[in-house]
Design a protein around this ligand. Structure first.
Ligand SMILES: Nc1nc2c(ncn2[C@@H]2O[C@H](COP(=O)(O)OP(=O)(O)O)[C@@H](O)[C@H]2O)c(=O)[nH]1
Ligand SMILES: [Mg+2]
Length: 226
């Protein structure tokens, strides 16, 4: 009985979230903004990659970030220090962002003035995977310091991703990172995902990642860039 009640409550929660996510998706499309939901464990390098990416693409792309954490606005402060418009959501203990929180935060931005809105989700490879935020593109990061098996252990986040990036590749040698095993693990659970290997520190691999993002933005804006 207890189990059945748990399942029913979860289904209702997810159903309500899905409706709000569908509202968000319509609103984002109407404003012509490409929305990316960025998922990873805490510390995989989401904020660092975003700060560098959006600063580098700044001349070509109007962007902003909604960032979720359990507490503090430290990430929003870091992003603003890099010249990026950022709105912080403090979830107060909730381990993921929900579509309603994103709707409220998006209301504080002029969406029509943006090409790209990135949502940095709460650092967690489990809960955020189940909550649609209304994004067009879902990206999951896994760093070389986390071990090669994480995609196999936390498959839901990878299965639902349009793109996956291995981060901190500048640390691969020192951590004894087994690249072939890691890429095979990602490929096994996320054969659909575009795959990148990047270092936000050295800049390695960022070109391909930038091309992917720009192509996603241009596709929605109906532009062809050469
Ligand atoms: N060596 C190296 N360290 C990185 C890289 N990206 C992030 N870091 C470091 O990893 C730590 C966590 O990064 P952060 O961006 O806060 O991760 P988040 O929790 O996923 O947002 C910080 O100390 C960063 O300086 C990278 O490409 N190379
Ligand atoms: Mg962060």
């Amino acid at each position: 009985m207890a189990d059945r009640r748990t399942v029913i409550v979860e289904a209702a929660l997810l159903g309500a979230n899905d409706e709000r996510a569908a509202d968000n998706r319509r609103r984002f499309a109407a404003c012509g903004v490409t929305v990316v939901n960025l998922l990873s464990s805490p510390g995989s390098g989401k904020t660092t990659l975003l700060a560098r990416t959006l600063a580098d693409l700044g001349p070509r792309l109007r962007s902003a970030v909604i960032v979720g954490d359990l507490a503090t606005d430290l990430d929003a402060q870091r992003l603003r220090a890099a010249g990026i418009d950022a709105v912080q959501i403090a979830t107060g203990g909730t381990c993921h962002l929900e579509a309603g929180m994103v709707a409220e935060a998006a209301g504080r931005l002029d969406l029509t003035a943006l090409d790209l809105l990135v949502i940095e989700n709460v650092g967690n490879l489990v809960c955020p995977a189940s909550f649609d935020l209304g994004e067009a593109v879902r990206v999951v990061l896994v760093s070389v310091t986390e071990g090669e098996d994480k995609p196999l252990k936390y498959p839901v986040a990878f299965k639902s991703a349009h793109a996956a990036a291995v981060t901190k590749i500048d640390l691969a040698t020192v951590t004894g990172f087994d690249r072939d095993r890691a890429l095979a693990a990602i490929r096994a659970v996320a054969p659909q995902a575009a795959l990148f290997e990047v270092s936000a520190r050295t800049g390695d691999g960022l070109d391909g990642w930038y091309r992917y993002l720009m192509a996603e933005v241009d596709r929605r804006a109906g532009r062809v860039r050469r």
